[in-house]
Design a protein around this ligand. Structure first.
Ligand SMILES: NC(=O)c1ccc[n+]([C@@H]2O[C@H](COP(=O)([O-])OP(=O)(O)OC[C@H]3O[C@@H](n4cnc5c(N)ncnc54)[C@H](OP(=O)(O)O)[C@@H]3O)[C@@H](O)[C@H]2O)c1
Length: 289
C-alpha cells in the first residue's frame, strides 16, 4: 500500500514510519510539503497518489497556540481541511490524528473518561483549533477516521516523559508535579499499532479514541517513570493552581475507547507501555543530567 504521512518527521510520524515500513511511505513534512498551501499540497499529493494518508502535521505546542491563535487555526483547522480535500480529490483514505484536549469541561464525576459520542468542549486554542480540524475532516470526508490520542510520548521526544527523565537525573530539590489533572499516558508505538489495525479494517470510520489503558495524573506518571529508571530525585504532588500555564489544561481528559473495544482491539496498560519504552529510550539513568 502507498501511505503518505503528514508531519512524518514529528514524534508520532517517526514511529509510524518504522511500524509501517512494509508499505511504500511518503513523508510529507516542512519544508517540501506545507499543509497550509492548499494548491501545492494537493498537486504533490496527486503526484504521490497514496492509498492512505495519516495526517499527523499540526501545531502541537499547546501554550504557543494560546498566544498565536491565527497560526494555530491555520495549521490545525485550515491545514486539516486542505489535507481532507486533497484526499477527497485523490480517493485516498484518511486517518487524521486529533487530541484529548478537544475535551475541557469539568467531568461530571470521577473517575471519568470521555467517550467518542461525548460533546467536545475545548478550553484552549489548541483544543478549539484541533476540533475545527476534526469538523473539516468529517464534513468533507465522512469516511475518514479521526483518531483522538492523548499524553503522547515516543522515541526522540519532545514529551513530558522526556522532560521529567531529564529533570529526574539532575540533583536538586524535590520536583513539584501536578496531581489534579488526569489522562492516559500513551506511547507512540501503541498508537502506531492501533493505526495498523485500523488500516486492516477499511470499514472503520468516524471518531475513534486510542490511548493506553487506565488513567493517572502527571504526578503518578512521574513517580512511575522515576521508579522504572531508578531515579532518586524527590517528587511531590501539587495543584494546577500552583503551576499556572498559559493554556488551561483539562482537569480530566481521559478517553474511553468505545470503538476499538467493540472491535475487540485492546491497548496495553499505561504502566506496561511506559516500562517497554523507558529503559530502551533513556537507559537506566534517564537522559544526561
Ligand atoms: N504530543 C502530544 O502529546 C499529543 C497529544 C494528543 C494528540 N497529539 C496529536 O498527534 C499528532 C502528532 O503529534 P506529534 O507530537 O508527533 O507532533 P510533532 O512532533 O509536533 O510533529 C508535527 C510535525 O508536523 C510538522 N509540521 C508543522 N507544520 C507543518 C506544515 N505546515 N506542513 C507540514 N508539516 C508541518 C512539524 O514540522 P516542524 O517541526 O518543522 O514544525 C512536525 O514535523 C498531532 O496531530 C497532535 O495534535 C499529540
Amino acid at each position: 500500500m502507498k501511505i503518505l504521512i503528514t508531519g512524518g518527521r514529528g514524534m508520532l510520524g517517526r514511529t509510524l514510519q518504522k511500524k509501517l515500513s512494509e508499505h511504500e511511505i511518503t513523508i510529507a513534512d516542512l519544508p517540501e510539503w506545507d499543509i497550509t498551501d492548499d494548491i501545492a499540497f494537493s498537486r504533490k499529493l496527486s503526484d504521490a497518489a497514496p492509498d492512505l494518508v495519516v495526517h499527523c502535521a499540526a501545531m502541537t505546542d499547546v501554550d504557543a497556540c494560546e498566544s498565536d491563535r491565527e497560526k494555530a487555526f491555520l495549521l490545525n483547522e485550515t491545514g486539516s481541511r486542505n489535507v481532507a480535500l486533497a484526499c477527497k480529490m485523490n480517493s485516498a483514505r484518511l486517518i487524521a490524528i486529533s487530541t484529548d484536549y478537544v475535551f475541557g469541561g469539568e467531568p461530571p464525576q470521577e473517575p471519568w473518561a470521555w467517550g467518542e459520542g461525548d460533546l467536545p468542549r475545548p478550553r484552549t486554542v489548541y483544543g478549539e483549533s484541533k476540533l475545527g480540524g476534526e469538523r473539516m475532516v468529517t464534513m468533507l470526508l465522512p469516511d475518514a477516521v479521526v483518531l483522538r490520542i492523548a499524553w503522547l510520548y515516543g522515541a526522540g521526544g519532545p514529551s513530558f516523559v522526556h522532560t521529567m527523565a531529564k529533570l529526574g537525573a539532575q540533583e536538586g530539590a524535590p520536583l513539584k508535579v501536578v496531581n489534579d489533572q488526569r489522562g492516559n499516558p500513551t506511547s507512540a508505538r501503541v498508537v502506531a499499532d492501533a493505526i495498523k489495525f485500523i488500516i486492516s479494517r477499511p470499514e472503520v470510520r468516524g471518531v475513534v479514541h486510542c490511548t493506553c489503558e487506565n488513567q493517572c495524573s502527571w504526578f503518578d506518571l512521574t513517580v512511575e517513570l522515576f521508579r522504572l529508571l531508578g531515579l532518586r530525585r524527590g517528587v511531590v504532588p501539587c495543584t494546577t493552581a500552583e503551576f499556572p500555564r498559559p493554556a488551561p489544561r483539562p482537569k480530566n481528559s481521559a478517553l474511553k475507547k468505545g470503538v476499538l473495544n467493540v472491535l475487540g482491539y485492546r491497548t496495553p496498560d499505561w504502566k506496561d507501555a511506559l516500562a517497554d519504552f523507558a529503559v530502551e529510550e533513556f537507559g537506566k539513568k534517564g537522559v544526561e543530567a
